[in-house]
Structure formats: C-alpha cells, structure tokens
Write a protein that binds this ligand. Structure first.
Ligand SMILES: C[S@@+](CC[C@H](N)C(=O)[O-])C[C@H]1O[C@@H](n2cnc3c(N)ncnc32)[C@H](O)[C@@H]1O
Length: 244
C-alpha cells in the first residue's frame, strides 16, 4: 500500500472511534495540511473528507489557519496555511460566538443614513472571526515554543474550545503532542484528555497542563498580528532579509 493510503486507513480508524464516542451535540475539528511528494501536493482535508461523510458527519466550516514563517518554495508558491475541518454529529450542535469575537476594524463606525442612522454599524462585542484565521505558528522565538516540532498555538485551539464546548465539557485530542488542546481546555474550565505515542511528549504535556492549571504556563494572547504598513522601513527590511 502507498504511504498515503496507510495514513488514510489509520486516520479512518481514529475518526470512526472519535465519532463513536462523540456526544450528539459535539464537534470534531480535524487539523491538517498538505502532504508533499516530489513537489506535488495532496491536500489532506480532501483525502479525509469522505472518512467523515461515511460516518454521517456534517461539515460546518473549513477554517483556513494562515501563518507567517515557513519554508520558501522555489517551484511553487510557499505554503502558508493549514485547515481545520469542523464537523458536527447533528444539527443541534454547540456554537458560542460571543467568547471568540474579534475586534471590529472600525469599532466606532456608525450608520450614516436610513432608520439606523447614528447607531453603531458593527456589534460592539466584536465581529465574527470568519473562517480565515491569522495566528502565528509556534516557531523559534514564540513564547510557547517547546522541543515539539509542530505544536499548535494555544490561541488557535482555544477559539475552537470556547466556540464548540461549554464549561465542564470534555475535549479529547487523539494526537495530543505536548498537550495544547488539553491546556486550552483546562484554562477555560473544560476537562481535557489525550493520547500520545511519544513518551517524552506525553511527559511534556503533563508538565504543561500542570503549569497551566496554576497560571504559570506562558501563553501568547489571542491578539491581532502586527502588520507594518507596506512602505515602512520595517517592511522593507523584512523584504530584504527574505530575499538575501
Ligand atoms: C501534529 S502533532 C500534534 C501536536 C499538538 N497539537 C500540540 O500542539 O502539541 C501530532 C502528534 O501525534 C502523535 N501521534 C502520531 N501517531 C499517533 C498515534 N497513533 N497515537 C497517538 N499519538 C500519535 C505524534 O507523536 C505527534 O506528537
């Protein structure tokens, strides 16, 4: 069997088990990128979509997680996103928008005509974050960086936890790594559980969760990424750095 087919068969097994134990109002979020072979990409969400549909799951969003630093490609565009594929088991699913609203671009903007003239045009609690999220990935100088090569930022998982679960709900990550999903769960009054094959990562996960529970884990807040204006000196310096 091809490597990619082995991967799909293993993923199918885990997906089936996750669906089996999921509560009727629960959600599954499957985060994947692209498999690259000889310069060809295979989008893993396309590959795995049928594993969810075969289980009767319904897709609610395909969230694009966009991030900055990464490998520079020479013969195709450099990859700067992965996707979070959100499925629910039923139509009665939990979705809390208020806790994950993000700041309005123009918070004080008001309607200037019509029956709502003078009233705020956007929700003062903030706007829906949309299905494209710009959150830095955890690279060398990120405050959350550990020895794990591909850990998620807490704020990425936290948005999912806050939106798709209520307090005391259980968050399970079958590919737990160093426990980011469990951390995001426990700092928000949820319960967390996970599975990890590499013992060292499991140990780190336990350590991080313990630190998170006493407020000692350093976590980057979920705040907008600073983008310098296009012609600023900083932008031009970054541009030069990237070209050299
Ligand atoms: C992309 S990483 C997850 C990182 C995690 N989201 C975090 O932020 O720490 C995937 C993890 O799944 C683990 N893994 C791979 N196959 C596994 C399996 N069959 N059962 C449990 N864990 C597995 C790997 O060791 C790796 O740490």
């Amino acid at each position: 069997m091809l490597e990619i087919e082995v991967y799909k068969a293993q993923q199918r097994q885990v997906i089936e088990e996750c669906v089996r134990i999921l509560k009727p109002e629960g959600s599954i979020c499957w985060e994947v990128g692209n498999y690259v072979t000889d310069g060809e990409i295979i989008p893993l969400d396309i590959l795995l979509y049928e594993c969810f549909k075969d289980q009767g799951m319904k897709m609610r969003n395909r969230i694009v997680w966009h991030f900055g630093p990464g490998l520079h490609c020479k013969k195709r565009f450099s990859g700067r996103y992965e996707t979070i594929n959100w499925f629910t088991k039923s139509d009665e699913y939990v979705f809390n928008l208020d806790p994950i609203r993000v700041p309005q671009k123009y918070p004080g903007k008001r309607h200037f005509k019509g029956p709502n003239r003078g009233k705020l045009s956007g929700n003062p609690k903030g706007k829906n974050p949309s299905d494209v999220w710009n959150i830095p990935n955890v690279k060398a100088n990120h405050v959350e960086k550990t020895e794990h090569p591909c850990q998620f930022p807490v704020s990425l998982v936290q948005r999912l936890v806050l939106a798709m679960t209520n307090e005391d709900d259980l968050v399970l990550d079958p590919f737990m790594g160093i426990g980011t999903a469990v951390v995001a769960a426990v700092i928000n009054g949820r319960r967390g559980a996970g599975a990890e094959v590499v013992e060292r990562y499991y140990e780190l996960a336990v350590e991080r969760v313990k630190m998170a529970l006493v407020g000692e884990l350093r976590i980057r807040p979920d705040q907008p990424v600073y983008e310098p204006p296009p012609n600023s000196k900083l932008t031009m310096d970054l541009w030069e750095d990237q070209r050299s």
